[in-house]
Design a protein around this ligand. Structure first.
Ligand SMILES: C[S@@+](CC[C@H](N)C(=O)[O-])C[C@H]1O[C@@H](n2cnc3c(N)ncnc32)[C@H](O)[C@@H]1O
Length: 317
């Protein structure tokens, strides 16, 4: 079982994890322990990514457990399709946002499910490919859409928002103390041309900040903020959590891995409400993880990006 902690670990340099085929996905053992997949069960991986966790769930629920894998990124689904091919018709993959999970599962006739897994954040391929525009490490178009077929890019968002809106996004979603300076610098820079590459944005944020935190790229918080805004990540999570319990079989489990404190706070608060605490009405879930579960030291050393992972699990009553 993962190390149990009261206080979350410090934020990692970025909010994703290493998970190429051959690598174990983050908190792999812990996910299997808390999700507890069984033969004959029906599991839904809402962020199937490259299929790392999904493969483990399928192996554990052999010979006849079923898995519905969802992702908003068509490129991720392609990778998952390749990795999960050996499991044949035990797997169904769907291109969708997980806020739509209830409708999708209903349409597929897959309700109720025995378990939901959500592994939030961006995947390594999203982060590592410059053309996806998520990373300050490689220069690329300032895109940041997990689903490149829909919605507004980060560059379009910067061009549309006024200084006040930008400041609010950067402060609320990036927890950036110097949000006002960063917003002003973006607006000023746009007077002489669009801020439309990751390189331009990273450089102007670095110039705008009075001090740089040691070991952390100065643009980390601003990039996190824009990514959350572009993908409406917190709304997605709220909408999913509001619908999830209805789709679970009694005894069915919900496991969520968050990568930053904003997400983890939403998960913690919502699970407490659904467990009938904090004036949330009759209990519909039982919280299984008394304290948030974080990776063991060896995983943290092996996989730097796992360091900010926090798992919480609950069971339908
Ligand atoms: C950290 S990766 C998941 C990795 C996966 N667990 C594995 O083992 O390969 C997160 C994935 O969630 C997807 N994602 C994030 N938010 C989403 C949302 N609201 N709806 C659907 N997919 C989402 C991303 O596109 C990305 O592929």
């Amino acid at each position: 079982m993962g190390r149990l902690m009261d206080t979350p670990p410090p934020e990692a340099d970025d909010a994703s994890q290493q998970n190429t085929p051959g690598h174990l996905p983050v908190l792999a053992e812990e996910v299997l322990e808390w999700l507890d997949p069984k033969p004959g069960g029906r599991y839904c991986d809402l962020t199937v990514g490259m299929g790392g966790h999904a493969r483990l769930v399928l192996e554990r629920s052999a010979p006849d457990g079923k898995l519905i894998g969802m992702d908003r990124d068509p490129a991720a689904l392609e990778m998952a399709r390749t990795l999960l091919e050996p499991f044949g018709d035990r797997v169904t993959l769907v291109h969708t946002r997980f806020s739509q999970a209830r409708e999708v599962l209903d349409r597929l006739g897959m309700v109720p499910v025995d378990g939901f897994l959500v592994d939030l954040g961006v995947s390594s391929p999203q982060l590592d490919r410059p053309e996806r525009g998520f990373s300050f490490r490689n220069d690329g178009p300032l895109d940041m859409r997990m689903d490149p077929t829909a919605g507004e890019t980060a560059a379009q968002l910067l061009a549309r928002m006024d200084e006040e809106e930008l400041e609010q996004v950067i402060r609320d979603y990036g927890e950036e103390r110097h949000a006002a300076r960063v917003a002003r610098a973006i607006v000023e820079a746009q007077r002489s041309g669009p801020v439309d590459t990751t390189g331009k944005l990273a450089a102007l944020v670095a110039r705008a900040l009075p001090r740089h935190e040691r070991g952390k790229n100065p643009a980390t918080r601003t990039f996190q903020a824009l990514r959350i805004a572009v993908n409406q990540e917190l709304d997605e999570l709220e909408q999913f959590l509001a619908a999830a319990t209805d789709c679970l079989r009694p005894g069915g489990r919900l496991c969520i891995i968050a990568f930053h404190s904003l997400e983890d706070r939403i998960v913690k608060r919502r699970l407490r409400t659904l467990a009938g605490r904090d004036g949330g009405g009759p209990a519909r879930l039982r919280i299984l993880t008394k304290h948030v579960v974080v990776p063991h030291n060896d995983e943290r050393v092996r996989n730097r990006r796992s360091r900010s992972a926090r798992l919480r699990a609950a069971e339908r009553l």
